[in-house]
Design a protein around this ligand. Sequence first.
Ligand code: 9MR
Ligand code: 9MR
Length: 584
Amino acid sequence: MKYFLSLLSVIFLGFSAHSRQNQNLEELSETESIKINQIGFYPGQPKMAVIPEDAGSDNFLVLEKETQKVAYTGSLSESRSVAYSDKKTRIADFSAFNEEGEYVVAIPGYGKSFPFKVEEGNFKELGKATIKAFYYQRVSTELPEEFAGNWARPAGHPDDKVRIHASAQSDQRPEGTIISAPFGWYDAGDYNKYIVNSGITVGTLLSLYEDFPDYFAAQNLNIPESGNDVPDLLDELMWNLRWMVNMQDPNDGGVYHKLTTADFEGMVMPHLATNQRYVVAKGTAATLDFAAVMAQASRVYQEFHPESAKTYLDAAEKAWKWAEENPDILYTQNELNKLHQPKINTGAYGDRSVADERIWAAAELYITTKNPAYLEEITAPKEGFQLPNWGNVSWVGYYSLLRHQDKLQAIPTALTQQIQSALMQQADDYITGMENTSHHTVMGQTEKDFNWGSNSNAANQGIALIQAYMLSSEKKYLEGAFSNLDYILGRNATGYSFVTGFGDKSPQYPHHRPSEAEPEKDPVPGFLVGGPNSGQQDKCNYPSNIPDESYVDETCSYASNEIAINWNAPMAYLVNALEAIHLD
Ligand code: 9MR
Ligand code: 9MR
């Protein structure tokens, strides 16, 4: 009897413990402090969530979203931290769990994460949206509902009566001359068009196409050109190339630095922003970036638009020539403003060195023309790997050389080897350094990662790792790239998924005029915001001064919450490349 009773009580206790656990799990509420990629994972991909050290448990569970059934259990890692923050984290690693479905991560007694999916094809829609975002930035055209849905809008900025600014005058085109330079994409949250920033943006996207042409042959973006014989990505890029071509002075080959109003416009829709637009000063950085892009475009479009391909190559060679004759004309907005009226107060994109632009332009011209004169201009990467950004583009050119090396017989092996070893060295450092980050990502190994547009650093690090993967076929590099995709989509110190319209906690108030001007609508989707920026130059009300938390989802914050084409391009590269490689 005694035995029977104790057996009964064991059964009873066991039963109630079980139902208590289930009941407890159901009662757990969703918490933003469990940081996870809010879109999810491919089955075979590493899968992690990040939990605050003080969450009060050593274990975690993966629950099926609908049934709340336990699908996986694991224990949390030792606690970890980074040098620039005293917050400590623990990792829930469920990489071994590969069942397709929709789940949450739960910490008993603490809470549940946002839901996420384990699924093939998980990033397909995001991949498309990051490129469709460029369509939403189109200048000089209406966006009809058929293509733009909820974000349809009237045409803005015809840009057919642009004035030559005093800083840009020449004998053939004196100050006040009217030129036409329509089309292109708005740079960012503002409505101006800047050649330097268009340069790296178009270069990154053309490289994405060159790396994965088959994937893009099949991608449908639902833009007006969809259904013609040209991949949609290339149709979209042509919208900007059509503008860029007209930024070259046909008389001498020099390229204007930007097309802009004198001051930033108000937070209104494009068609209501009607102040006079100017082209300002020609410069060497703009001209070399232009040469690089046109040279690359000329080989990419050869198959689809041979006429345009020829125009692009002529434009590239003319630009190169101008830059040879004018090797050091830097864009110094403050200096120019002392000399000319009206003063120009929009984005400067002023670069103090054009050595990297020269390498990039020479590389693209060499690949397209095979003319050895360009090869002579390509120097080795003396300073090792340099993460690309608008002011540092040499590695955009080096990637191209690696991509095409098999077809470049005259290129010295020593040069390609130096490029390759600098890249692999950096890739290895990124992978090793992941162990020392609080969120187990490549991003955030140094405080310097968190500058203006930091999210584009995460994306560009991902591109470097994808290049390393394509050279070596070593999976660890791909996993490093995935870690930064996870970072961008929520596994970061802020808990935001940084792409508008994607994830449960994504930016609602980006610094983006069309989104701000129609606050009743969701923000225009598919845009990567700048991200944590310890500089906090906009002086908005940030929740924290810790570098990796210096982000605020407010329109005010152009230094952490603006969107920009040069940030969306590497984001588009990262997510589409991972999807393309995965499909292979
Ligand atoms: O809207 C502008 C944004 O696109 C720029 O990145 C930023 C920095 O140059 O400037 C923003 O414009 C602000 C201006 O600099 C100061 N007055 C308020 C403007 C709108 O927030
Ligand atoms: O991305 C640019 C960043 O590196 C600079 O520090 C910053 C201030 O000059 O400007 C950023 O670019 C902005 C440009 O000047 C105007 N359009 C919006 C861009 C993104 O904020």
